[in-house]
Structures are given as structure tokens and as C-alpha cells.
Design a protein around this ligand. Structure first.
Ligand SMILES: Cc1cc2nc3c(=O)[nH]c(=O)nc-3n(C[C@H](O)[C@H](O)[C@H](O)COP(=O)(O)OP(=O)(O)OC[C@H]3O[C@@H](n4cnc5c(N)ncnc54)[C@H](O)[C@@H]3O)c2cc1C
Length: 157
């Protein structure tokens, strides 16, 4: 059995460890901190909780695919909860926008700040969908990034 050493147990190191182990490698993971997860952890101080990295999962299918690689289902280990709103963005004056999946509600909130921005929301979402499609579904984000990868992506970009 081939042996592999991975340094760092953030999402990157953990994913790689799972994939290689599923392919039959003997994997050893080194982590300098006392816990695994890298940026994916929380700091608690004076009654407040701070996320030091990913506060929410934006592409759950990546995690699902990873679990499948190891012959498992996400739902057996983790419960992913749909958030509503996804998060709240505050401006200096205390005003805020709740970022959420309901298009009409997003436009209503944005319109209170700037009607022109609200009118562009559909166009922005179409653009974002295309980027998501290219990166997540067509694999741009799942390949090693060589110059050739970049060149192939340029027309889409
Ligand atoms: C403020 C912030 C907010 C973010 N928000 C989101 C979000 O909302 N949604 C989202 O999907 N993503 C978000 N991200 C991105 C996401 O957190 C990162 O993409 C992901 O956690 C990076 O994982 P990683 O494994 O590449 O690196 P890291 O999580 O940094 O892991 C690297 C690990 O390697 C260890 N290490 C380093 N050097 C050594 C060594 N010499 N020996 C042993 N161990 C070592 C470190 O201790 C660490 O545990 C956010 C990031 C930040 C910083």
C-alpha cells in the first residue's frame, strides 16, 4: 500500500485525505493546531462567537460528491440546514440587507437603497449562475490549475 503524508487539515487537506484513502492509499494527516478543520472553526470570546472562515456552505454538492467518493452519504454524518436569510449585511449607519434566496424580496430590499441596482438583480443572478455552472459543474474548480486550464477557460471568461 502506497503511503501519503498530507500537511494541514483544513477543508483542502481533509478532502484530499478522504479521496486518497478511498483510492487505497495509506494516509497520514499532520496538523499543527490542536484540532482539525483549519479555517472552519469558531472563536468564542466575551459571549460572542466569531466564524474564522466559512460561515455557510455555498456549494453543498461538492461536499456530497466528496462523501460519495468514500462510499458515504452526507446525511449519515452531517445535517445541512438551509438558512433564511443566508446572512445579514450591515452598513455603517445601521441599515442592513438580508441576503436570501427569494428574488422578489431581494429586489424589494435593494430597491430601498437604489432602484437601479434592484433592476439589475436578475441580470446579475444570470451572470452568477453561468459562473457557477462553469466552475462547479463543468469542473473548472475541480482541476489542477495549469496554464492550459486557464487558456481553455478564457473564451468562457
Ligand atoms: C474570513 C473568511 C470567511 C470565509 N467565508 C467562507 C464562506 O462563507 N463560505 C465558504 O465556502 N468559504 C469561506 N471561506 C473560505 C474557506 O474558509 C476556505 O476556502 C477554506 O477553509 C480553506 O481551506 P484550506 O484547507 O485550503 O486551508 P485552511 O483552512 O487554512 O487549512 C490549512 C491547515 O493547514 C495547517 N497547517 C499549515 N501549515 C502547517 C504545517 N507546517 N504543519 C501542519 N499543519 C499546518 C493549518 O493549521 C490549517 O489547519 C472564508 C475564508 C475566510 C478567511
Amino acid at each position: 500500500m502506497k503511503k501519503v503524508i498530507i500537511i494541514g487539515s483544513g477543508f483542502g487537506g481533509l478532502s484530499l485525505a478522504i479521496r486518497l484513502q478511498a483510492r487505497g492509499f495509506q494516509v497520514t494527516l499532520f496538523e499543527k493546531n490542536s484540532r482539525v478543520g483549519g479555517h472552519a472553526y469558531q472563536m468564542q470570546e466575551k459571549g460572542y462567537t466569531f466564524d474564522l472562515g466559512p460561515s455557510l456552505i455555498t456549494a453543498p454538492e461538492i461536499i456530497e460528491r466528496l462523501f460519495q467518493t468514500a462510499g458515504k452519504k452526507v446525511t449519515d454524518s452531517v445535517e445541512l440546514i438551509s438558512l433564511d436569510p443566508f446572512y445579514r449585511i450591515y452598513f455603517h449607519d445601521g441599515s442592513y440587507i438580508d441576503y436570501q434566496g427569494n428574488t422578489d424580496e431581494m429586489k424589494r430590499q435593494m430597491g430601498a437603497f437604489n432602484p437601479q441596482d434592484a433592476a439589475q438583480y436578475d441580470r446579475f443572478m444570470l451572470y452568477a449562475k453561468e459562473v457557477y455552472q462553469k466552475v462547479i459543474h463543468e469542473g473548472l474548480g475541480t482541476q489542477p490549475f495549469y496554464w492550459s486550464t486557464l487558456l481553455k477557460f478564457l473564451p468562457a471568461a
